[in-house]
Design a protein around this ligand. Sequence first.
Ligand code: UD1
Length: 491
Amino acid sequence: MDMFVVRGGRPLKGRVRVSGAKNAALPIMAASLMADGPITLHDVPDLVDVQTLSQLLGTLGVATDRQADDSLRLEVFDDSPVVADYELVRRMRASICVLGPLLARRGRATVSLPGGCNIGDRPIDLHLKGLKALGADIRIERGYVIASAKRLRGGRVFLGGSFGSTVTGTCNVMAAAALADGVTTIESAACEPEVADYGRLLNAMGARIEGLGTPFLRIEGVKSLSGAEHHVIPDRIEAATLLIAGAITHGDVVVENVCTAHLSAVLDKLNDVGVGIEIAEDAGSDRSTLHVLPVDRLTPTECSALPYPGLPTDVQAQFMALLSRADGISVVTDKVFPDRFMHVAELVRLGASIHREGQSAIISGTNRLHGACVMASDLRASAALVLAAMAADGESVIRRIYHLDRGYEQLEKRLNSLGADIRRVEDCSENVPASLSLTQPVSSAGSLTTDECSDPAMKLDEGRQLRFDEAETLSLPQSPAKSKANHDPMR
Ligand code: UD1
């Protein structure tokens, strides 16, 4: 297993290009199950999740080949398999995207329930409700969804839930409706750009879907779907991560291949916190090049992760890392995944002062993050830790970066090309930098020193080394009032 060793404190500078969107590419790849001909996809990122789905599609009779021009070609060679096995599905929740296409094209699907996840409870009741409304017979047995339908028929489906609509659920129901008899209307459909991109691919295959990008979809079923060629949209989450990387390191970064229309909420919030961004539209396309200008001071803010077009939940952790360096107290709430706060305790280890209150986190900004050993809990949490570690003084170790590899293509190489210092090494104690060893005085690890701590209860004799329990105490989350008092003298 690999880990990152990050040497922080370097402002990023240079140009970087955003890859194709993982969350668009995955359901789009699954749609190949319905095609009576090859599907050629451009801008599919080379990620572990893409490889996992290729493997799963292989077991379902679809051959996936990366071509010399970097496009991905998918073609059905056997349309009889209908079982998506637990061993593959449990590795990636997006595997559930094969459910709708299998049911629509092969009349049957047995797909493992994806199971639990570190970002919270992730039911698929809305997917099943939508497919049932189109006439599918569905039961759950021994951890598998077993769905069948002699012929799906169009119907009226409402896909709203307590936390908004469902992204992959909308894709599954759209797929089923595309090959159903008659007309389907989906109300409260997810409006995420990735869902609209999925619909555009289906239309290129011969589907008749209207209303893409809105909560009201009208789908007229067709008898069959053909092969097609499609360009996947740029990844708005990766774009946001790179913009924040520029801002958090007080860098000067140019990010290319961005659809600004997909990033309105992120750009608005970055503007709120004082990040200056110059936007240059690329002639003759819907893409832009964004220039993050060096930031003097980050202003605190309040923000909520919401369904699109709101601030994406997939950017919440990265935004929190940024706000941990703002000049005051910020509040971040997640209304899509209210328990998505596993990164809080790890950001605290890096010197952030964050206190969780229900579905919100209260962040008391500090201008001194410090290197530490941290553990990634999920994909976007890993990105937040990389961002915070790049902004911290001293060296950090980030473990379990396999989460990051699921969704970012060569992130460390691209950040290094901008001047970051991130090394991918084997996860073993010999590779942990000496500066993070507890036998070193804490000051040399870039952590809080006696001089930097205004709370008399936390003062240590000058030069004395910390014991393990003391070091842990210094990393504990504190109430905003207390942590502000601790950090104010530093500001
Ligand atoms: C997709 C994204 C994921 C992103 C999420 C929210 C992909 C591959 N993944 O995940 O990165 O974080 O959208 O933008 O595109 N819910 C239900 N019942 C359901 C389905 C969902 O209650 O049947 C709830 C979920 O628990 C969550 C909310 O609805 O609170 C949104 O989930 P959903 O949009 O389905 O997320 P995914 O499609 O799994």
